[in-house]
Design a binder for this molecule. Sequence first.
Ligand code: ZN
Length: 301
Amino acid sequence: MPQPVVALKIDVDTYVGTRDGVPVLLDLLARHAARGTFYFCLGPDHTGRALRRIFTHKGFLQKALRSGAPGAYGLKTMLYGVLLPGPVIYQKCGEIMRQTEQQGHEAGIHAWDHTNWHDFLLKSDLGFVKSELGQAAKGFKQVFDRLTTTTAAPGWTVSPDSLALQDQMGLSYCSDSRGSHPFYPVMNGQRFSTLQIPTTLPTADELLGRDGLTPDDLPEYYLQQLKPGLNVLTIHTELEGGVIRSSFSRLLELLQQNTIPCISLAEARAQILDAPACQLSMGMIAGRSLPVALQGDEVAA
Ligand SMILES: [Zn+2]
């Protein structure tokens, strides 16, 4: 039986999460000899516009309050794109972004405008995907002076158009989905050539409040959930690098004590020699108010 390994996917959703949360996580990861992949939003922070979901999605307000969104994001962030102009993150936080790579982590693209992608991708055409990923790729190049090799869609929201564009970008792999093991996606009958490394574990914001779990319970909970081989955990700078940082610090400590490596997705990718083709479709999971990309059955070659 192979030993469990945790690949850490770090979603950076906001300006404040980049400015304040990334340095906190860099410090925690360094202290526990852990590595991860930081997925950055490069463009304007329009988090406040997510509030419109209160009116369009049942369960959004309940989830926002249960996960402590106003506390996690801060009042100012909740107003970006509504009453305040959204700061363009790559123009303000380039130095912090570069530090992730300088300290041995991997960096990739989460989005240009996180809120836009999450809210409009499924109603949009290829032009929208090209505009959002194109602007993100330009911002990324400005900061890192190279092209990205990986992307991870906001809210695990994908479409055949977004997968097709990822293929055109010649990426090494993407992490847009939820599932159990790496695979090549087949969506609406179309096969795609970019490897998906799905998130295998539930996120903190999905777990908190469910079954009475508190931040203090999360480290032990995660340890018990680990399977032999590759596990992928998604964290958010706004939570694990903010209000629940001590819980995340304890998790890193437990992994270290149990000699379970915590690695970047690039390191995990390097160990994947081949993978099956699997169905990919948008569907609901516990703890989220919007559908996510779900790995389905294997498809014969
Ligand atoms: Zn995100």
